[in-house]
Design a protein around this ligand. Sequence first.
Ligand code: DC
Length: 234
Amino acid sequence: MTDNDTIITIDGPSGSGKSTISRELARRLNYTYLDTGAMYRAVGLLAKRRNVAVDDEEQISSLLTDLDLKLLPGKDDTRVLLEHEDVSAAIRTSEMGMAASAVSALPLVRKKLTRLQQEIGRQGAVVAEGRDTGTVVFPQARYKFYLDASPEERARRRSRQLQEKGQPVDERKIFQQLIKRDHDDSSRSIAPLTAANDAIHINSSRMTVDEVLNFMMKQLAKNKKSVQNKKEIT
Ligand code: DC
């Protein structure tokens, strides 16, 4: 197997089910789950804590010179350690989602985090989820998925997730934030949210988690077979 075979990318908008699906797919395959959104959220949190405006590229990039960030993928969530502090809960708020979206539009932030993500990809097999993992971070990956669902369904899922975490939920506000985040993530000039040309599209609006996973596993098996056949023919 080449390195390209051991990288699976799953991109898509907020609330499309990427995290649940990516974590579970990684578990089934015994791959590392790489939650790239958590990294942007941690940078958003760092900026807020240091009172740096989320669009101040110069100041934020100086915060990143010795960024101390660790991702520890676990059964239910990725634990995120920022300067040795567990910030897993602090980054998973709507506010940090918006802050992450803002800092993610800054070229220097993207450059730094893309490099860190590629480094993790070099260390072993990964299921990487985000907005640009199939287009920019791992364009060479053989297996790419683009996961989507209707905005209404995505807002419902996001609200349910926050409720389960005991956070206050205003579903209308969540819907509006989601539409804004979709717009900002898709229209930025650098590494916008978009499907790679060779990604398999899945609309999960009416699919269960298991249905999506089974579909993906079938696609991976099919793809592997066609690569093997190609190798045998040549
Ligand atoms: O997937 P998430 O909600 O945790 O992502 C938070 C924000 O981070 C998202 O609105 C855009 C940004 N992001 C990005 O620009 N590129 C990625 N690969 C992952 C996330």
